[in-house]
Design a protein around this ligand. Structure first.
Ligand SMILES: Cc1cc2nc3c(=O)[nH]c(=O)nc-3n(C[C@H](O)[C@H](O)[C@H](O)COP(=O)(O)OP(=O)(O)OC[C@H]3O[C@@H](n4cnc5c(N)ncnc54)[C@H](O)[C@@H]3O)c2cc1C
Length: 394
């Protein structure tokens, strides 16, 4: 569908990303899935193409392009059809490094952001703990000031790229929760931690049902010394940074899910055009045609919500309700689309060698990771029913 948001430059960029994915990702991605690992070289290749710093300042190696170049990039990595790959890329570029770019010192940016943009260092984001998922205010991993260092103790779980990352942007408790007032700062800070630090160990969660090439891990911190200058932004203000950065995380989750939906529909359209039943291609059966018509109509409506939210974001707004709506709408729609598309494949959809089977496994987690659908609904309800207002981004 034509769109007022994309210029010729965006379209040319889309062709570049597509070419890169077809040459450097798709021929190898099944091996990555099998080996449960994305090789480090792909990050350097993406860095050389300028894909890892699309919106970041030129001073740190970024391209300073407008947000719709990121929309193009995220749609295309979603459309690649490997959930684990797009997860690792979006965590690296739009989460782990975003905090550093948004609130970090010049020194932190030179030490971590520049090499991340170049694809020389891989980043992870460590927020979730076993007893603090949706309710991140409950995090217990602690950081205690000791001279020129913080001493970190605790554990994180479900960390994307947890065993392969070079650094993790880590949420830590710097003031015990009981010492904080209910409405004040929450005593959480952010630290950038080198993953080769003494006392940091990891355990891969190898039993995921999808996202196989993405390494998801638990991280354990035992008296890990982190230089005090690795504090991101202000002490005890981590919760606010997280709430701000979550909006981008949710928007990016919606955009990649849109790419995944497009891929599901493309794969399915091809399949039903060549598969015959009762001497006729499946595309001739009205029962299927109308269901696909309903799906693509819902997809186009969801696409406009995504693009509008991206446009608001590009204007410098922090569109909290729209970011939550975008993630809720598109990740739930992706589940519906992939479920229907698998049905249209008949028994073959249930076989691993058909891409729809992998997509069925990969897409499922979209309504959970990065904030569940229930939490998205709660945020939307707070804004629309309770009239909760949030600060603007700028
Ligand atoms: C594959 C994968 C990769 C991930 N990658 C990362 C990562 O890189 N970094 C990171 O920090 N985290 C990561 N996560 C963690 C993810 O963000 C959390 O799983 C998610 O926020 C939900 O937390 P939880 O799993 O603890 O569920 P819980 O918080 O225990 O929720 C369980 C259920 O209760 C519901 N619920 C909770 N509170 C409410 C409420 N107030 N109202 C209504 N319902 C509620 C939830 O919606 C959910 O259905 C990842 C998770 C997965 C599965």
């Amino acid at each position: 569908m034509r769109s007022p948001y994309f210029t010729t430059e965006h379209n040319t960029f889309r062709e570049r990303v597509r070419r890169f994915i077809s040459q450097e990702v798709l021929p190898f991605a099944d091996d990555w899935e099998y080996n449960r690992c994305i090789p480090k070289e792909i990050w350097q290749k993406m860095g050389q193409m300028g894909f890892l710093g699309i919106n970041y300042p030129k001073a740190y190696g970024g391209s300073e392009m407008d947000f719709f170049f990121s929309v193009v990039f995220l749609e295309e990595i979603g459309r690649a059809g490997y959930g684990g790959f797009r997860a690792a890329v979006s965590v690296h570029e739009y989460m782990a490094t975003y905090y550093i770019a948004h609130a970090g010192s010049d020194e932190l940016k030179r030490k971590y952001l520049s090499p991340a943009i170049a694809g020389e260092k891989l980043g992870a984001l460590g927020i979730t703990e076993r007893n603090a998922g949706s309710d991140i205010n409950q995090i217990q991993t602690s950081a205690v000031h000791d001279g020129d260092n913080y001493i970190v103790n605790g554990a994180k779980t479900f960390i994307t790229s947890g065993t392969t990352a070079d650094f993790v942007t880590l949420a830590v408790r710097t003031t015990p929760s009981k010492a904080m007032s209910k409405r004040g700062a929450t005593g959480i800070s952010l630290l950038v931690v080198d993953t080769d630090s003494e006392g940091l160990s990891t355990k891969k969660l190898d039993n995921k049902i999808g996202w196989h090439c993405s390494d998801t891990a638990e991280l354990y911190f035992k008296n890990v010394r982190v230089p005090a200058e690795n504090l991101v932004g202000r002490f005890n203000c981590g919760f606010y940074y997280i709430m701000q950065c979550f909006q981008l995380e949710r928007l990016t989750a919606g955009i990649v899910a849109l790419g995944e939906i497009d891929h599901c529909l493309e794969v399915t359209r091809r399949y039903i055009a060549q598969r015959k039943a009762f001497s006729s291609p499946l595309t001739n059966f009205q029962a299927l045609r109308h269901r696909i018509a309903d799906l693509v109509t819902d997809v186009e409506a969801a696409r406009q919500l995504i693009y509008h939210t991206a446009w608001l974001y590009q204007q410098g707004e922090l569109p909290i309700a729209e970011c939550s709506m975008a993630k809720l709408k598109v990740t739930e729609l992706a589940n519906r689309v992939v479920n229907e598309c698998l049905q249209f494949h008949g028994g073959y959809g249930y076989l691993e060698e058909y891409p729809i089977a992998r997509m069925y496994r990969d897409i499922r987690v979209g309504t959970i990771a990065g904030g569940t659908s229930e939490i998205m609904r709660e945020i939307i309800a707070q804004i629309t029913i309770d009239e909760v207002r949030h600060d603007s981004r700028t």
